[in-house]
Ligand binder design. Structure first.
Ligand code: NAP
Length: 333
């Protein structure tokens, strides 16, 4: 496993991050521990969870495992501010909720510091200054070491970067955003912004919840049982069958399966390597339901796609840019 530093920081993380969103949900506790063992044995040191994953259970599982390790060997990332209760201050990026949730995350993770504390989503109802000042104080207190963002629009992310810079506060070192062969809109603004401002770009949903794993093939009539896509259909999550059962998806999957056959690697490894082949991407956060998935995904770092294969996948997954990106691309460059 190789290691990279996050943003403009001295924090070194493995080039794959283990996502803990399935822990306590699709993956039971003992299999979650086995995944953490397998990941750490492969040299992985970077684990991503969130307070909201299974309402704290994912953090608890990571915390129980962590308490049996040398804490300092691992980089633990978690998040706020999705709802953790029904009260008006049980959500959002206001000071009250953040301060309450950071203590709750520390308790569940059984640690006295969080390496990377991430804003899971922007909050249109709270002034950014209030949020960033609160995070700055938490870094001063040693409860969190670094800060990052996730699911921010480009304009809000730029605003946050500018506020931190002008006030001399702690600045984001990373952005966690959805990006994969079927969702490439981060290329329009977020990827260039991160590159320009020195933030690491970490990918969530690298397989679009399994769509890019090879389990889905043209001609299928619906999602297989016990799959994320089936759950998504029931729960109304973004990676549902209804949202992605269309010609563009099948065209991209056809290309993915073609390359997979050519290189004799699983489709999941090809999709992960397409991301790793983009020099603006720092790392993917790998998600898994089963140990076999994790083993497969870990093997993606042992090889690389050729430039021709990356370009072919770029071409087959390309979508027309909306205005104003189309006009700028066609007329102004
Ligand atoms: N910041 C955010 O808003 C946000 C949002 C989502 C996730 N995340 C983070 O990103 C991590 C990864 O996200 P994700 O779980 O959506 O990732 P993903 O890789 O897009 O989807 C994971 C799903 O793909 C399937 N899969 C994974 N590896 C496979 C393999 N090798 N072969 C066959 N199937 C495979 C499994 O689906 P089945 O269950 O159908 O088998 C698994 O549950 C999460 O754990 C979390 O830490 C962050």
């Amino acid at each position: 496993m190789e290691y990279v530093s996050l943003g403009h920081s001295g924090l070194n993380v493995s080039s794959l991050c283990l996502g803990a969103m399935t822990f306590g949900r699709e993956t039971n506790e003992s299999d979650s521990y086995r995944m953490l063992d397998m990941f750490s044995a492969a040299g992985g040191n970077f684990i991503d969870t969130a307070n909201v994953y299974s309402r704290g259970l994912s953090e608890e599982i990571v915390g129980s495992w962590l308490s049996r390790q040398n804490r300092d060997d691992f980089v633990i990332a978690t998040k706020v501010p999705f709802p953790m209760g029904n009260g008006p201050n049980d959500r959002g990026l206001g000071r009250k909720h953040i301060l309450q949730q950071v203590e709750a995350s520390l308790r569940r993770l059984k640690t006295n510091y969080i390496d990377l504390y991430q804003l899971h989503c922007q909050d249109p109802h709270t002034p950014l200054d209030e949020t960033l000042y609160t995070l700055n104080e938490l870094v001063r207190q040693g409860k969190i070491r670094y800060i990052g963002a996730s699911n921010f629009t480009p304009s809000m992310l730029q605003k946050a970067v500018d506020i931190s810079r002008s006030k001399g506060w702690e600045a984001f070192i990373s952005l966690q955003a959805k990006y994969n062969l079927l969702v490439r809109s981060s290329e329009w603004e977020l990827l260039p912004l991160c590159e320009r401002e020195g933030l690491s770009f970490m990918v969530w949903g690298p397989l679009l919840g399994g769509w890019l794993s090879g389990r889905y093939k043209r001609g299928m009539e619906g999602p297989p049982p016990n799959s994320r896509v089936e759950d998504a259909e029931k729960e109304g999550w973004f990676e549902s069958w209804t949202n992605y059962n269309n010609e563009h998806t099948w065209k991209v999957i056809d290309a993915l399966l073609e390359i997979s056959r050519e290189v004799s690697r699983s489709p999941a490894q090809v999709a992960l390597n397409w991301l790793r082949g983009n020099y603006s991407v720092t790392l993917p956060i790998i998600g898994a339901r089963k140990l076999e998935h994790l083993k497969d995904n870990l093997d993606s770092v042992t090889w690389s796609l050729s430039r021709e294969h990356v370009e072919y996948l770029n071409k087959m997954s390309d979508v027309p840019r909306p205005y104003p990106y189309d006009t700028i691309e066609q007329n102004c460059c």
